[in-house]
Design a protein around this ligand. Structure first.
Ligand code: FPP
Length: 237
């Protein structure tokens, strides 16, 4: 399939990407696992540019899950330092007309990172282009629980008297964004790992053998092309 207008022809509104395989990429080269993450950050940068170029309206990257805190301390520290230094780059997304949103629990994020996250988000608030969401300290179950607690509180405060899918969605971190059409997971693993479990109810999944640091624009186009071959029925016939 031609890459020109591919996303428009497929009608894709939102893709999710699980950036997996950094550790294995490093181990394959005899390096410590944490050496894979800066390479993963390069792949993130590359992929973001490709998403803009291809005209994807919204992309969500899985950067750090609520479960990732259980990794060895030196790996978690290395990741936090990487995120902190990367935030300055995220600030510049404003000039590309990208809208940035961090999804996930804010509690538990180191203060220095949180401040930069909020600054980067606020700098892009007036933008009108692609949505770039970064799932950080994110877990799908936590997100649903957080939304349920919000709904309970609003019910108690007489702010809502009923709940439906649309209203519940508006309490999620992805409020206002479309459901996910396609989830891409490189690295050969075939699972969702607590990523966008509500939003991916009818998503197509494309699992690829490439490790995330090697993920290229050609891989993204291959995943979109594979999506184009699927027959989405949303429970119908
Ligand atoms: C999973 O690979 C990756 C992570 C837990 C971290 C993802 C982070 C990045 C790609 C860094 C850059 C992102 C931003 C937004 C700056 P893994 O370590 O579990 O790999 P493995 O499955 O081979 O062990």
């Amino acid at each position: 399939m031609e890459a020109d207008n591919l996303v428009q022809r497929l009608g894709i509104k939102h893709i999710g990407i699980i950036m997996d395989g950094n550790g294995r990429w490093a181990e394959k080269r005899g390096l410590p696992r944490k050496a894979g993450h800066p390479k993963g950050a390069e792949a993130f940068r590359r992929c973001l540019n490709s998403c803009v170029k291809l005209g994807i309206p919204c992309v969500t990257f899985y950067a750090f899950s609520t479960e990732n805190w259980s990794r060895p301390k030196d790996e978690v520290d290395a990741l936090m330092n990487l995120f902190l230094s990367f935030m300055d780059e995220m600030m510049k997304l404003s000039s590309k007309n990208i809208r940035l949103r961090f999804i996930g629990a804010r509690e538990g994020i180191p203060e220095k990172i949180l401040e930069k996250m909020e600054e980067a988000e606020s700098r892009t608030v007036g933008n009108t282009g692609m949505w770039c969401c970064v799932a950080f300290n994110y877990g799908g179950k936590e997100e649903i629980l957080h939304a349920a607690k919000k709904a309970m509180q609003m019910y108690k405060d007489d702010e809502i008297d009923s709940l439906d899918e649309e209203k519940f969605s508006s309490f999620l971190y992805t409020s206002g964004l479309p459901d996910v059409d396609l989830i891409i997971r490189p690295s050969g693993e075939q699972r969702l790992s607590n990523f966008l479990i509500w939003q991916a109810a009818y998503a197509e999944f494309v699992f690829m053998d490439v490790l995330w640091p090697d993920f290229s624009e050609a891989d993204l186009i291959a995943a979109l092309t594979e999506y184009g071959k699927r027959n989405r029925r949303f429970g119908g016939v």
